[in-house]
Each structure stands twice: as C-alpha cells, then as structure tokens.
Design a protein around this ligand. Structure first.
Ligand SMILES: *[C@@H]1O[C@H](CO)[C@@H](O)[C@H](O)[C@H]1NC(C)=O
Ligand SMILES: *[C@@H]1O[C@H](CO)[C@@H](O)[C@H](O)[C@H]1NC(C)=O
Ligand SMILES: *[C@@H]1O[C@H](CO)[C@@H](O)[C@H](O)[C@H]1NC(C)=O
Ligand SMILES: *[C@@H]1O[C@H](CO)[C@@H](O)[C@H](O)[C@H]1NC(C)=O
Length: 336
C-alpha cells in the first residue's frame, strides 16, 4: 500500500491536540500574516472575555455588540432578518459543523480585533456574506461560503469584501465555492484617498472551486496571496488594479480557469456587466511573483511589476506539490 499525505494526515488527525498540519510544520493553523504581524497588535478576538453560546439571531446580535471582549459560540442554523454588526474584541466561532448563517450576512464596521471562524455562510441576499469596512485586525478563518453560480454575476454579492480603509486582515483556510464574486478589496475607484496605504491582507490556504471572479480583486492596497488552491475559477482569479499591489506565491490553479492573475485596469465584462457590457476601465495594478506558482492552463497577464517583493512577516510556505492535498484536507468548517 502506498501511503499518501492525505492518508498520513487523516491517521494523525485524531491523535494530535493541535492540527496535524501544524505538527508537520507544513502550514500555519493559528493566525498568520497581516492579522498577526502588524504595527497595531496581533488579532486575539474575544480572548480573555466571557464565552456565550448563541442559537438565534437575537442572541447573536446582542452577543456581538459593543467592544467588550467576548467569545461567541454559534450553534445551528440562523436565518438573519437583518445584518448583525460585530463590535471590537470578538471571536465568533461555530460549534462543530453545525453553525450556518443564511439570508443576511455579517458586518464588521468601524471595529478592531475580530475573529470569525468555522461558520458556513450561504445564500445571502442583497449584500455580501461578510463586509469588513473601516476595520482593522480581522481574521476570517475556516469558514465555508457558497451559493449558486448559475444565477450569474449580480444575483448574489461578494463573499468577503474588505473596504473603506480596512487594514491588517488575514483570510485563511476558507472554502469558497459555487459563487460568482468572491472577495473584493476596495470597492470603488473613488475611494482612493481613504483606501491608499491600507488594505494589507493575507490570503492563504483558501480553496476556491467553481467561481467567477475576484479571488481576490484589489484596489489601492497590498495583498499577499500564497498557497491557495483554485479549481474551475472560470473568468478571472487574482485581479490587481488601480495601483494595487499583489505578491503571489505558491498557489495552484486547476481546471477551467481562464485567467489566474491580471494587472489590467479593465474590469472584465464577466465581472460587472451591469456597469457596462464593455467592462470598466481603471488604472492598472502591480504584481510580484515570489515562490513558484503552478498556473495550470490559466493565463497570467502582468502589465506592471511592483515593489511588494517580500512579505513583511515570517510565514510557513507549504511546498507547491502539497498545496492541493493540504488545502482540500484543511479548508472549510468542521476542521478546527
Ligand atoms: C476593545 O476594542 C476597543 C476599540 O473599540 C479598544 O480600544 C479596547 O482597548 C478593547 N478592549 C479590550 C478590553 O481589549
Ligand atoms: C461607523 O462610523 C461612521 C463614521 O463615524 C458612522 O457614520 C457609522 O454609523 C458607523 N457605523 C457603525 C456600525 O458603527
Ligand atoms: C472609522 O472607525 C472609527 C472608529 O474605529 C471612527 O472613529 C471613524 O469615524 C470611522 N470612519 C469612517 C469613515 O467610517
Ligand atoms: C490581458 O488582459 C486584457 C484585458 O483583460 C486582454 O484584453 C488581453 O487579451 C489579455 N492578454 C493576455 C495575453 O491574456
């Protein structure tokens, strides 16, 4: 019998208190990247605060309000009638594989130090699954985001949108699937002054499958995008425009993925045909390539090489050959 990595890890999983991935040193399981290493402090969420368990929208909204540190455990499915606003110093953590948010998504507005882990968020109406706006130190980890890609680009909105001068965010080990627009960073070319110098975001070990655009799409910021797996990301995965900078390394692209990375200012018609069927022209962005990526058959379209050559922190880079099995094994809910 030939033991592959997946078999080895699944045998080790129940034995290890921490993740077997941590054990083997192949990838970070705890917070890593801009939400950890930044000038204003590591993201700790509700650490040190009371722990409360919530099972409905009213309990959830009450528990996440205000700035007192709190760990909020979420049990079962909650169909929100309105978007809850998550205050500072909160950890929102799903219990087992039960936590499922539908109908309305979550707002992190004017907050700092927020952790969102182990939630399934699907079929959100009229807005994003999570909007992070004017907020700092947010860790979005081990969640699952899904809807229905056959409804086209504008039926559902984004999955994790990060806007209005937000900073020091890490988006890790999430499973994004069956959805058109994934993650928009900087939502409007008119917010140049508010966004420039902010929007430092790390994306690592996310699994994107059967998606349309924005994996992520950034304006005005810096995104370090490493060790993600893209399968059937149909139109455009990583898009850097309006002077945005991306550092792209150790990612794997598979299946029907037209464009892995582009710095053209053009917002392709497949992204926002509601604005103009010809697309929407902005300034180009910048891209740097670090450790080798596996582009598969996807295109790479870099018009400007930037100066974001190296992450300003230490991180564990998974060997390229192990990215696909590791991400498939570790991403999504029920893993932490
Ligand atoms: C919680 O967040 C606020 C920001 O709104 C911060 O000023 C404060 O120090 C934090 N409180 C605790 C107890 O960590
Ligand atoms: C965020 O701050 C802005 C500006 O001070 C304010 O208008 C808005 O109501 C705040 N939002 C929340 C959810 O606190
Ligand atoms: C951003 O949030 C801070 C509180 O953290 C608030 O004082 C400020 O007014 C907000 N700015 C905007 C543009 O919403
Ligand atoms: C690069 O992107 C532009 C704009 O989307 C497109 O017109 C062009 O065909 C692309 N070039 C390559 C080589 O993919």
């Amino acid at each position: 019998m030939r033991l592959n990595l997946v078999t080895v890890l699944s045998v080790l999983a129940p034995l290890a208190a921490a993740s077997p991935l941590d054990l083997l040193g192949l990838a970070a399981w705890d917070v890593e990247g801009f939400a950890k290493d930044n000038p204003i402090g590591t993201t700790t969420g509700g650490k040190g605060g009371a722990t409360v368990t919530v099972t409905n929208a009213a309990e959830f909204s009450a528990a996440v309000a205000g700035d007192a540190p709190k760990v909020v455990l979420v049990k079962g499915e909650i169909a929100f009638p309105a978007r809850p606003k998550i205050g500072s110093n909160k950890s929102i953590i799903g219990v087992g594989s039960t936590a499922h948010i539908t109908n309305k998504g979550l707002d992190v507005f004017n907050s700092t130090n927020v952790i969102i882990r182990n939630l399934k968020i699907s079929f959100i109406q009229d807005n994003d699954c999570i909007t992070i706006r004017n907020s700092t130190r947010v860790w979005v980890d081990h969640n699952e985001f899904a809807s229905d890609i056959t409804k086209g680009p504008d039926f559902f909105d984004g999955q994790v949108d990060i806007i209005r001068g937000s900073d020091y965010v890490t988006v890790s080990w999430n499973y994004f699937h069956d959805h058109w627009k994934s993650s928009l960073v900087g939502n409007d070319a008119t917010f140049r002054d508010i966004d420039s110098g902010h929007l430092h975001i790390s994306y690592h070990h996310n699994y994107w499958r059967n998606m349309g655009t924005r994996g992520p799409a950034g304006r005005f910021g810096h995104q370090h995008i490493y060790n993600n797996l893209y399968v059937d990301f149909h139109y455009q995965a990583i898009h850097s425009r309006s002077d945005n900078q991306v550092l792209v390394e150790g990612n794997v692209f598979r299946g029907d993925t037209r464009e892995a990375l582009s710095t053209y200012g053009l917002v392709i018609p497949d992204d926002s045909p509601n604005t103009c069927t010809c697309g929407d022209e902005e300034l180009d962005g910048f891209a740097n390539l670090g450790a080798k990526n596996d582009w598969g058959t996807a295109g790479v379209n870099i018009t400007q090489v930037g100066n974001f050559k190296k992450a300003p922190y230490k991180f564990k880079l998974t060997p390229l050959v192990l990215v696909a099995p590791l991400v498939k094994l570790g991403a999504g809910v029920g893993k932490i």
